[in-house]
Design a protein around this ligand. Structure first.
Ligand code: 3PG
Length: 210
């Protein structure tokens, strides 16, 4: 997958569910619930011991473009891609992670929290970044300010965003898609609430739960 391919997936996706999944046993029903709700992609965070197995199972299940999140090192990027990640997301901008992803030929979406970090990402040849953590950084006014200064940049704001705040982010022209965990939280997964996950995804993707 190229950066252009990923941009086109994100552009049509509206949301990127950010998932912290404790066990690969839930990968199948979770992937089904996401796809049934209309999700096109999902980000599996490297925050649990089983993250690689979850990623592998979700990627093998099909129906979604599955990427890895919270990738902090080049070694994690390698492991993520070996497990089937089609894209890599980082909470911050790290030259070595970006270089490793370029070497592996996998699109990377680094986090940026300032104009300086965005300049580094652009200089590394990237134009799609994750504004993280979006709400604490100032939300859509921050996005408008960055987009005005860097018209070539596209954003996937993530961090502190929920269903009521989603429309204002999606209304920003420079926003490709919005990331967040509210559609499939740890509590949903723990309780096996796949119907609720599907409903929340549908609400985010279609603007209604039907
Ligand atoms: C992330 O890892 O991208 C964020 O933790 C997701 O942010 P949220 O939990 O505030 O939606």
């Amino acid at each position: 997958m190229t950066h252009t391919d990923l941009a086109s997936v994100l552009d049509g996706a509206r949301v990127v569910p950010v998932l912290t999944v404790p066990s690969a046993a839930t990968a199948g029903p979770l992937a089904d619930a996401l796809a049934a709700g209309g999700a096109r992609c999902a980000e599996i965070t490297f925050r649990t011991p089983d993250a690689e197995q979850v990623l592998r199972a979700m990627a093998a299940h099909g129906g979604l473009t599955v990427g890895a999140g919270t990738v902090l090192t080049p070694q994690q990027a390698e492991r993520a891609v070996a497990a089937g990640a089609r894209f890599v997301v980082s909470p911050g901008f790290d030259e070595e992670v970006v270089a490793k992803c370029c070497e592996l030929g996998v699109p990377v979406v680094p986090g940026v929290a300032s104009a300086t970090e965005l300049m580094r990402a652009l200089r590394a040849g990237l134009d799609t970044v994750k504004l993280f953590p979006a709400e604490p950084l100032g939300g859509t006014p921050m996005l408008h300010a960055l987009a005005a200064a860097f018209p070539q940049a596209r954003f996937v704001p993530t961090g502190g965003i929920d269903a009521p705040r989603l429309p204002v982010y999606l209304a920003v022209p420079a926003v490709l898609a919005v990331g967040g965990s509210w559609m499939a939280t740890a509590a949903h997964l723990q309780r096996g609430e796949y119907g609720e996950i599907r409903r929340l995804i549908a609400e985010a993707v279609h603007g209604s739960s039907t």
